[in-house]
Design a protein around this ligand. Structure first.
Ligand code: CMC
Length: 428
């Protein structure tokens, strides 16, 4: 069997044998297809990258039809169940293998050494209004970090590159918690290096004024699992942004700030917040049929449903659904759970959703847990950005070290006007 694809250009009658590798062809192999020698050659038109692989990656595998998600070959369900720390999974994503006990100790200590932020970050933070959006503050502060670490520009120096990775994974929780305390007008709680990644973060968020504050172990475990589930998801919108910005060889702080901005949108990581606002608006199960009718008639979207890649139940949503029961045992039930469950039940039976293979995604149930744990709604995207930073950095590193990659620069099909004559202002 020949591993080639034969294309006949009916304009010229010419035949082209294009090599097939990994069930794909190289888009640049199409450039030889042209009518006249001086032409640029055939392009692929693919808005929203519906069928374009822009990288070869070894980080995360998704089979959207079968609802499979793996980090470095480990099923997400296994990592969520067995891994006791987020940093272990972050190590796996960045380094490609699970750490030995000694490697994990070193990794933890390297990251915890970098959880503090420069005191001037607090001054920058003070410039925000009391009601500034926490995700806006988070993005700005991450971008500002690049000015504190000029060595971050040396991205091809392996030890310096790893130092920025430690700094970023360490500091995102501190910046996130500072953004929250700023909105409360309360004093900042500094990081404690004797706590777990999730435990330290919860402490910086909620310890304010409570000297005897101890993180509830059930909530700490739940947040660890949520962080693991959100750590990576291959070439999603924000990761693609991270790779694209990183491909210009800028420092990783600037690239993470850009990736976080991409994440914030309601079609991506902002969906967890949008789901809760939708459930608030629905208010009672009695209103669900009207909502479903509006969705089917194209007047609104069911937030937390549907996915570009999953055409089956999102495996992360399954884990989160079981986690919710654990959390509600401690916090008391989130009353919106009843609405969410009924919405899911009706949607999964409805022909509109069945035909389009629309299932709950990771954002459908996560917000219910975050709300029960005491996080404000506009903080939910920040909770997504914290763990996703590890995934972004794994992709950034893979990208800049990949000899096949260059600066990201798509082509366009120009369909506008050409060669127009200038008309003076008074003649238009
Ligand atoms: N509610 C109602 N209809 C939907 C929804 C939804 N949530 N999602 C997709 N559809 C319909 C869509 O209207 C289209 O119908 P038709 O074929 O009649 O035009 C069909 O399903 C295919 O949808 P699409 O918009 O072509 O799919 P996409 O791959 O471009 O979009 C998506 C994927 C996630 C942006 C979209 O499903 C969506 O907007 N969902 C709601 C927002 C959301 O929950 N986002 C979180 C995604 S998971 C976490 C993350 O990535 O950050």
């Amino acid at each position: 069997m020949s591993e080639t694809l034969t294309i006949i250009d009916n304009r010229t009658g010419k035949k082209f044998d294009i090599p097939i590798e990994n069930e794909s062809i190289r888009a640049t192999d199409l450039r030889q297809i042209k009518v006249k020698e001086e032409e640029f050659g055939m392009l692929c038109y693919d808005p929203a990258f519906m069928n374009t692989a822009s990288v070869k990656s070894r980080i995360t595998y998704i089979d959207g039809d079968r609802g499979i998600l793996e980090y470095r070959g480990y099923p997400i369900e296994l990592l969520a169940e067995k891994s006791t720390s987020f940093l272990e999974v972050a190590y796996l994503l960045i380094n490609g293998a699970l750490p030995t006990p000694a490697q994990l100790d070193q990794w933890r200590s390297d990251i915890k050494r970098h959880t503090f932020v420069h005191e001037n970050i607090k001054k920058l933070m003070a410039g925000f209004r009391h009601d500034a959006n926490p995700m806006g503050m988070f993005i700005s502060m991450i971008a500002a970090l690049s000015t504190f670490y000029p060595d971050a520009k040396e991205i091809m120096d392996a030890p310096k590159r790893m130092k920025q990775i430690h700094r970023l994974i360490g500091k995102v929780t501190t910046i996130a918690a500072f953004a929250y305390t700023h909105s409360k007008g309360m004093p900042y709680v500094y990081p404690s290096d004797d706590l777990s990644y999730a435990g330290n973060f919860l402490t910086m968020m909620f310890k304010i004024g409570e000297s005897k504050y101890r993180v509830n172990p059930v909530l700490e475990h739940a947040l660890t699992v949520l962080f693991i589930l959100h750590a990576d998801h291959e070439q999603n919108c924000s990761t693609n942004t991270m790779r694209s910005i990183g491909s210009s060889h800028i420092d990783p702080y600037s690239a993470v700030a850009g990736a976080a901005a991409a994440l914030w949108g309601p079609l991506h990581g902002g969906a967890n917040e949008a789901v809760l606002r939708m459930l608030d608006e629905i208010g009672t199960v009695r209103n669900i049929p009207t909502v479903i009718k509006d969705v089917k008639e194209g007047r609104r979207k069911l937030m937390g449903f549907g996915h570009r890649v999953y055409k089956n139940y999102d495996p992360r949503a399954k884990v989160i659904k079981t986690l919710a029961d654990e959390v509600f045992e401690v916090t008391g039930k989130n009353m919106k759970l009843e609405i969410a469950l009924e919405l899911e039940r009706i949607a999964l039976e409805d022909e509109y959703f069945v035909k389009r293979k629309l299932y709950p995604n990771v954002d459908f149930y996560s917000g219910l847990i975050y709300e029960a744990m005491g996080f404000p709604l506009d903080f939910f995207p920040v909770l997504f950005a914290i763990p996703r930073t590890a995934g972004w950095l794994a992709h950034w590193q893979e990208h800049i070290l990949d000899p096949e990659q260059k600066i990201a620069r798509p082509r366009q099909l120009y369909v506008g006007e050409r060669g127009r004559s200038w008309v003076p202002l008074d003649k238009r």
